[in-house]
Each structure stands twice: as C-alpha cells, then as structure tokens.
Design a protein around this ligand. Structure first.
Ligand code: PHE
Length: 358
C-alpha cells in the first residue's frame, strides 16, 4: 500500500464518521486553500512531465474520491438534520387550539356564507367559474363584442396574446361569465348564485384591483321581471334582517340584459348614520335585468322557449353596508387588529333560523 492509499483509507474513514462540524474541519484541512490535498496538487507543477504523467492520475483520483465522500456525507447529515427537525416541530392538528390563538372569519367570507344560506333557502345552488377567463366567456358571449365600448369600461387585466389561442385570456372583470358556463353545461330550470373574486385595474377608497361579486341567474319558462323583483326583495330583507326594505328599480343598460334594471335600496338616517331600511334616501346596490335573448342563444338554448333574469352585486359593498366599514382597502390589508374587530368567530355559522347576521 502506498502512502497515498494509506492516507486515503484514513481520510475516508474519518469522513464517514464525522458530524457536521468535524466534516467541515476535514474539508478545510484537506481541500482548503492550504489543505493537504491542495498542497499535493501543487507538487504536480514542480514535477517533470514524465513524473507528472506517472503520478497525476493517482493524485487526481484521490482528490476526487475525498471531495465526493465529503459531499455524500454532507448530504446524509443534512437529510438527517431535516428529519430530526421535522420530527421535533411536529404539530398535532387534532388538538384543540390554544386559547387566544384562534383566527377569525373575514367579513367577505361571512357575507358569502350568509348569501349562500339565504339563496339555498330559495332553491339556488352555488356555481363557480375560473378567475382566469377567456374573452369569449367574459365578454363576447355576454353580447359585448370586440368593438363594444363596455370592454374599455371594465379596465381589464389582459394576459399577453398567445399564438394559437382562439381567445385571449384575462382576469375576469365580473362574475357574469359564470352565467355562460352554467347555461352551457346545465339544462333549465337553472337557479344559481356565483360568488367569487373579480379583477379590474382600479384603486382608491372604494375600488381595489381585486374585489368580490355575487352573480344570480334564473333560467326557466315564463320567467318575468316580477320574479326578479320578488327575489331581490326577499334576499335583501333576509340579508339586512329588516322588513322595511324598500326597492327602487331604475331603467339602466347592460349589454347582457334587456331590459336592464339598476336596483336602489332605501336608507334612513339613524343617529347621524345611514342605515338600510325606510326611504329617506337611495343607495344603488345591484345591477340586474332579464337575460338578453342573444346571451341565451350564445349558450345553445332557445330564447323563444327559455327566459330568465340575472343580477350582480359587490359582496364587499354589501359587507360594508351591513357591518359599517367605510374603507374598502382595509378589507385586503391583512391587519390583524382590523380582522379581530370586524371578523367573525369561526363557529358562528350563519343560519336562517339563527339570523344570518348573528
Ligand atoms: N356584471 C355586471 C357588473 O359587473 C352586473 C350585472 C350582473 C348586471 C348581472 C346585470 C346582470 O357590473
């Protein structure tokens, strides 16, 4: 056995037995700037070409073997350290939460739960659609063709145009594309609500680039504006938990409804604050109307056989009106003080019998 072989056996043995700290010491003393193997490598420079040819392969192989062994040992030690850490930081998720550590339900989630509860009682199912939409579902099928000025009104976040794609992708600007997706996959009678996130490039005290809407859609035979009015009145009475809710329907325009109706709800002033109920003043709360025959036809249904109504409104706005917040941006700041103040206890599930606002 040569000296080199002898050193190699000893070194590899030490590496295999080293802990993290010892391994680093070995690495520095062997492969570091003034390490023994580094010094050995330097001797190659002083050798005659013949000698170098004879000795270099062994020295280089030695260096390679030591470097590999160190890397291998380090990987094994790191893996063992991670396993130990995972074992020691393990949490038993089935144990009760420590007092004071629980989170709260965000007002937006609370209001969405309240809305689902109210509409479930009226026979509506909850439908969903993707937040990354294509412009056909978000606009074209809703009777907003490419050149329509309403496209500009929506301040749309578009994705870069992709070659080979029939429709440009975007972040949905409203929940109305869920109307399309529902009509294309379900047969009437249809009764759905679709709560979810929507996006527009807009930001101030009452606008955030992401906000929440809820869409409602009913498609059946012989549906008329009276059904829409009754549904909205019933929903708003249940939501605001007052019987003196007064609605005012104003003619309006949406490309996907005809006729289109904007819905105001009456408020009164109590102790200097606006509260929903009564009719001292009016607040706009909803967009709605009878689904445009072109939209029904775009989804493959016969508009002579089926009609329906749709409505859409801001969930965040409903939450602000009901629970008295005045800055929309605070909804998405993630400030724990705000969440503790306005949040709801996780076990306070809204029910119609208990009062949805309980
Ligand atoms: N999608 C409309 C908006 O975002 C609201 C709406 C929905 C109007 C359904 C009519 C019918 O402003």
């Amino acid at each position: 056995m040569t000296d080199l072989d002898q050193t190699r056996v000893e070194l590899l043995g030490a590496i295999a037995a080293a802990d993290a700290e010892a391994l680093e010491t070995i690495r520095v003393s062997a492969l570091g700037k003034s390490g023994s193997i580094t010094a050995l490598m330097k001797t190659l420079g002083q050798m005659s070409p013949e000698e170098r040819q004879a000795k270099a392969p062994a020295i280089q192989a030695f260096r390679g073997a030591v470097a590999d062994a160190i890397a291998e040992r380090k990987a094994a030690l790191d893996a063992a350290a991670l396993d130990a850490r995972l074992a020691s930081e393990r949490l038993d998720m089935t144990r009760p939460v420590a007092a004071g550590a629980e989170g709260s339900v965000h007002p937006v989630s609370q209001v969405m739960d309240e809305l689902a509860e109210i509409f479930a009682d009226l026979g509506f199912a909850v439908a969903t659609g993707p937040e990354i939409e294509d412009d056909w579902h978000n606009f074209t099928a809703l009777n907003i063709p490419e050149t329509h000025p309403a496209r500009a009104m929506h301040d749309t976040f578009y994705f870069p145009d992709e070659e080979g794609r029939a429709h440009r992708m975007l972040l949905r600007t409203h929940t109305s594309p869920v109307q399309i997706r529902t009509m294309m996959t379900q047969q009437p009678p249809i009764r759905i609500i679709a709560p979810g996130r929507v996006y527009r490039s807009d930001s101030d005290a009452t606008h955030t680039p992401m906000f929440h809407q809820i869409e409602g859609l009913v498609i059946d035979k012989d549906i008329h504006l009276g059904h829409l009015r009754w549904t909205l009145e019933t929903f708003l009475k249940a939501f605001f938990e007052r019987d003196d809710i007064v609605l005012r329907l104003r003619p309006s325009y949406f490309p996907f409804t005809e006729p289109s109706v904007e819905v105001d709800v009456g408020y009164s002033i109590e102790k200097g604050r606006r509260v929903i109920g009564g009719s001292e003043g009016w607040m706009e709360v909803l967009g709605s109307g009878m689904v445009h025959p072109k939209v029904i036809a775009a989804c493959g249904l016969d508009p002579d056989e089926y009609q329906g109504f749709a409505f859409g409104t801001g969930v965040d706005r409903l939450a602000m009106l009901k629970y008295g917040m005045d800055d929309l941006r605070a909804f998405f700041d993630g400030d724990l003080r705000w969440l503790r103040h306005y949040g709801f206890r996780a076990l306070d599930v809204p029910t119609l019998s208990g009062g949805v606002g309980a």
